[in-house]
Design a protein around this ligand. Structure first.
Ligand code: PEP
Ligand code: MN
Length: 338
């Protein structure tokens, strides 16, 4: 159910409603919007007492059922866009944020060189994998904690907040300690226990779309983050499996428009995993900005042909700088900046 409070309700009056919702057997999620405060009351409406009693309270404007299955993630519960703060970088506002860096953290030299170059070109966050979910067990699995330490060092040197992936629940605290945003990869997009563990760290969670996931399943996977009291969720479209094999995946830009319409949470587009080809990254970034992405996640490597993972899709440092320059007028044309 959605409980909408009247304008100018005091914190004490708000708290009284929250306590009543708990007494009736529901979990309250308070969302302070610009215009009004909305409380999502989550629970089984058949087995708990009726929230309609709140209609009689003077500080309550309305009590209505949430129709959507993706309750807290939906615009029904929270009509305005949400913003997520990752180490001081705001995603979901006017500025389109760019998260850039190598697929894998390979060495100090590779990471520092990339971090300084992407920062100079205008990136706002540094991405890099320390724990890599490789298809084959014989491929490079990442530097692990050593990679996290290098990412933290790069943040110290450049000021860029870090986004990096975790693969298992027992890595959640460790990865959260070193980073500013936790990435849940496509292969774990419905690993609900992992999503819950990431949510419970309190850090922003970037939830990639599962490669065979329907949009509704993705929204519901995101619901696990908000339902576990972490409002800092970002969706990330990274391509899905289709019959087309010219590209590694099919980047579904229509999903960006759908998620924007259905949800208040920011959406990120990753054209690197999306296409698997460096030559397509530029045009797909342009499309993503035009269609309403709040951020881009781009793989950048100082020497892509020698990258240990995802060599074909990483762009080089010069290519990245040129890309940012090219995106500026497109961002401006849709009322954004980059
Ligand atoms: C990555 O970002 O390098 C990655 C492995 O992403 P995905 O989970 O989308 O394949
Ligand atoms: Mn990659």
């Amino acid at each position: 159910m959605i409980v909408v409070l009247k304008n100018n309700v005091s914190p004490e009056e708000e708290n009284a409603v929250v306590e009543e919702i708990k007494k009736l057997g529901y979990r309250p999620h308070v969302m302070h919007g610009v215009a009004r405060t909305v409380i999502g009351a989550i629970g089984d409406e058949h087995s708990h007492r009726d929230l309609d009693v709140l209609n009689a309270w003077t500080q309550v404007e309305s009590v209505t059922p949430i129709q959507k299955r993706h309750k807290l993630v939906s615009r029904e519960a929270h009509p305005q866009n949400s913003t997520v703060n990752a180490g001081g970088v705001i995603v979901g506002g006017k500025k389109i944020q760019v998260m850039a860096g190598p697929c894998s953290v390979e060495s100090e030299e590779q990471l520092m060189k990339t971090a300084h170059a992407v920062k100079a070109a205008g990136a706002s966050m540094l991405r890099g994998g320390a724990f890599k979910p490789r298809t084959s067990p014989y491929e490079f699995q990442g530097l692990g904690e050593e990679g996290l330490k290098l990412l933290a060092k790069a943040r110290e040197e450049t000021g860029l907040p870090i986004v990096t992936e975790l693969l298992s629940q027992d890595q959640a605290e460790l990865v959260a300690e070193y980073s500013d945003m936790l990435q849940i990869g496509t292969r774990n997009a419905q690993n609900f226990q992992l999503i819950i563990a990431a949510a419970k760290t309190g850090k922003p969670v970037l939830l990639k779309r599962g490669m065979s996931m329907r949009i509704m399943e993705w929204l519901l996977a995101g619901e696990y983050v908000l339902a576990n009291r972490n409002p800092n969720l970002l969706f990330c479209e990274r391509g899905i499996r289709t019959f087309e094999d010219y590209t590694r995946n099919t980047l579904d830009l229509s999903a960006v428009a759908v998620v924007k319409a259905e949800s208040h949470c920011p959406i990120v587009v990753d054209p690197s995993q999306g296409c698997g080809k460096a030559s397509l990254v530029r045009s797909m970034c342009k499309g993503a900005v035009a269609v309403g992405a709040d951020a881009l996640l781009v793989e950048v490597h100082p020497n892509p042909t020698e990258a240990i993972s995802d060599a074909a899709q990483q762009i080089d440092l010069e290519g990245f700088a040129a890309l940012i320059d090219e995106l500026a007028p497109i961002a401006e044309s849709v009322g954004r900046e980059i």
